[in-house]
Design a protein around this ligand. Structure first.
Ligand SMILES: Cc1ncc(COP(=O)(O)O)c(C=O)c1O
Length: 369
């Protein structure tokens, strides 16, 4: 079995990268039914167990009743398209491992646009049902996520459907940055929640990486300030396209080297989103590709809380950033990375927990283990 792997970013640039105002994004999200900031949960006991000063968990399991953060991106992208290209399409589509598809289906229902979602045939039944429950048509595609992306692209072009994908690739680069812009609300909320609670700003931010969109949004948010926290992307060892890209000659987008078998289903991506890569490449401090056992231990540590810590229910993709933090503090193979990042008793860490236990059976398996 492959072991945890990491890369310190040799392409990181110093300085501040100003960000256009994200206030309109926040105002739009506030206007949606069911909008509420998701919780920022402080876990001081877990922090002590990990040997750090404090730990915050931004918990996306309650976002818009969709179980994951993805509604922020899909809704904003569709809204912008309806504003800027009215009448130019009658149906929207996307490929997904589940969460983004559900998010686009939900947004399409709200905005009254027909929707078709392409999923890999191995997608968990709950995920398929959740998308159908939003009124979308589901097309199951043999193969993995990238096969679903290709099929969605071909069929949508043939039929004139508007693709709202969270991954950008050659020939489709414009819309994924809108999805990423939508994620900015999550980080704005964190700033407000820290300020309202009077809690210290984090010095270390751990963000999960699939195609890199939520990491891109985090990098843009935190690198627009000085001092910026250390930012670490966390991905599955077996779906390690971010690590491969940082380690490639010249830091060019590269394909995952792992087996693509992982319980972090939503992070199981073979290729980074092309329009997200420049921000990640110049702004992230490091990426960490973890084995499933760390994400699953993350699920258990979030769930089994010692008071006053509150229990958190997360899926294994959702708990990946927590798993990354566990690996940073306990995996001997991460010692040099932890030292470079300055992880120690003074560290205040933030983990972005992107998903609740949508795949209930997998959650029960992990908690039982
Ligand atoms: C729960 C969850 N976490 C993290 C991610 C990773 O986001 P990105 O693909 O933008 O890197 C996804 C993507 O679908 C997801 O569903």
């Amino acid at each position: 079995m492959h072991q945890t792997r990491w890369a310190i970013n040799p392409f990181r640039q110093s300085g501040v990268f100003p960000l256009p105002s994200t206030a309109p994004v926040r105002a739009f999200h506030r206007s949606l039914p069911g909008y509420q900031p998701t919780p920022l949960v402080r876990r001081p006991v877990l922090a002590r167990e990990l040997g750090i000063a404090d730990l915050y968990v931004k918990y996306e399991g309650t976002r818009f009743g969709l179980g994951a953060f993805k509604g922020l991106g899909g809704s904003w992208a569709l809204h912008r398209l309806l504003e800027t290209r009215p009448g130019s399409f009658t149906t929207v589509s996307t490929a997904s491992e589940g969460n983004h598809g559900r998010a686009v289906a939900w947004a399409a229902r709200l905005m009254k646009v027909p929707c078709v979602i392409f999923l890999p045939a191995h997608a968990a039944p709950e995920r398929i049902e959740n998308i159908k429950g939003e009124g979308a048509t589901v097309v199951l595609v043999d193969g993995g996520y990238e096969d679903a992306v290709r099929r969605c692209d071909q069929e949508s072009r043939a039929r004139g459907w508007q693709i709202i994908s969270d991954v950008g690739y050659d020939g489709y680069l414009e819309i994924p940055p809108l999805v990423v812009e939508g994620y900015s609300t999550l980080y704005q909320e964190i700033d407000e929640q820290l300020a309202a609670a009077g809690w210290a700003a984090p010095g270390l931010v751990m963000i999960p990486g699939g195609v890199g969109g939520i990491l891109h949004a985090g990098v843009d948010h935190y690198r627009a300030r000085e001092p910026a926290p250390r930012i670490v992307g966390v991905e599955p060892r077996e779906g390690d396209c971010l690590t491969e890209s940082l380690l490639s000659p010249g830091g060019e987008p590269a394909t995952a080297a792992g087996t693509r078998e992982t319980s972090m289903a939503c992070l199981n991506c073979g290729e980074v989103s092309l329009p997200s890569w420049p921000s990640i490449r110049r702004g992230v401090d490091a990426v960490l590709a973890i084995e499933d056992r760390w994400a699953e231990e993350g699920v258990r540590r979030l769930f089994r809380a010692t008071p006053p810590d509150e229990a958190i229910e997360a899926g294994s993709s959702g708990a990946a950033a927590t798993g990354g933090l566990l690996a940073l503090t306990a995996d001997l193979g991460c010692r040099d990375l932890a030292r470079t990042l300055g992880v120690g008793p003074d560290t205040v860490a933030l983990v972005v927990c992107t998903e609740g236990p949508i795949d209930r059976r997998d959650f029960e398996r992990i908690i039982g283990g």
